[in-house]
Design a protein around this ligand. Sequence first.
Ligand code: ATP
Ligand code: MG
Length: 321
Amino acid sequence: MIEVQSLNINTFRDDIKYNILYDLSLDIIDGEILGIAGESGSGKSVFAKYLLGLNDSNLILKSGELTVDKNIVRSLDDYKHIRGRTISMIFQDAASALNPTFTIGSQLIDTILLHNPSMSKKDARIKAISCLREVEIDYPEDRLDSCPHQLSGGMSQRVMIALALATEPKYLIADESTTALDKLIERQILDLLIKLNKERKLTIIFISHDLSILESICDRVAILYAGELMEIVDEKNMKSNKFYHPYTRALRDCVPRITRESLSSTFRLKTIKGQILQNDETMENRCIFTDRCSFATDKCVKVKPQFNGKFKCVNPIEIDG
Ligand SMILES: Nc1ncnc2c1ncn2[C@@H]1O[C@H](COP(=O)(O)OP(=O)(O)OP(=O)(O)O)[C@@H](O)[C@H]1O
Ligand SMILES: [Mg+2]
């Protein structure tokens, strides 16, 4: 289990403090697929990089405790120990994450040997083939000799997943990793991730701004807004469109249903009115979503709502069940 407690990450611009992640506590339960959703700039990638200790140095870790499988992660050494080994990550742009000058085989074999220094090259090659087979790449022996530019987008994404799995991690973070793919290939990659979650018991943190995708694969979805955790939606409520937080409701309403109208060239995607406010110190005693919220009342700007385990709102939408 990964536990994140009271995480605060901020940065300074012109002497003003901005909260990039604010008072965020979130557990990632073994075996689950946890979705992380939110508009662009809500802090999804900063959160993912925090789990691996990869954030830029101008982002200040003000407070927060990270525990991975009961071990507290604090130092650079702690991070080195879990990065790649316990937690792996795949990115949106698979093609640029792979080294263009080396074959798939040499990149896989090098990764395997780096994590298993006592393994023979022959065994590493066998393991590389089995990794490619696990991500359902045809003729894996032949593919070892391919270079990244010879692969299609979907296949590059599979190779990147194979690379991430070569070190036998327990957790996999996928940050917008299917966004660049067409819908059919995206579905195939999602099905592969579901298979790995079931068969390997791989815990997956799947980041996307697309709630309809998260709904189709996640056990729970954490909703971020301007660096704050607004709601955690379980699978049942996700599927039946029941949300406590007005922000989640608004975000869900932006997902288009496929209709004749939505396919026409004049169709405009719905967006949430207004813009995300900068989460600076003036926001620390009020709800950050108030200005865009249709349910806001006076009390929303008087006190910062506390996250109660399910949502963070003083005027939640009433849902039954
Ligand atoms: N190194 C940095 N220095 C200053 N601000 C940063 C830095 N990295 C990220 N931010 C800011 O932190 C906020 C969260 O960024 P993040 O990349 O996590 O958003 P995101 O939810 O992943 O968005 P997207 O959906 O576009 O990928 C943004 O406002 C971004 O500008
Ligand atoms: Mg991002």
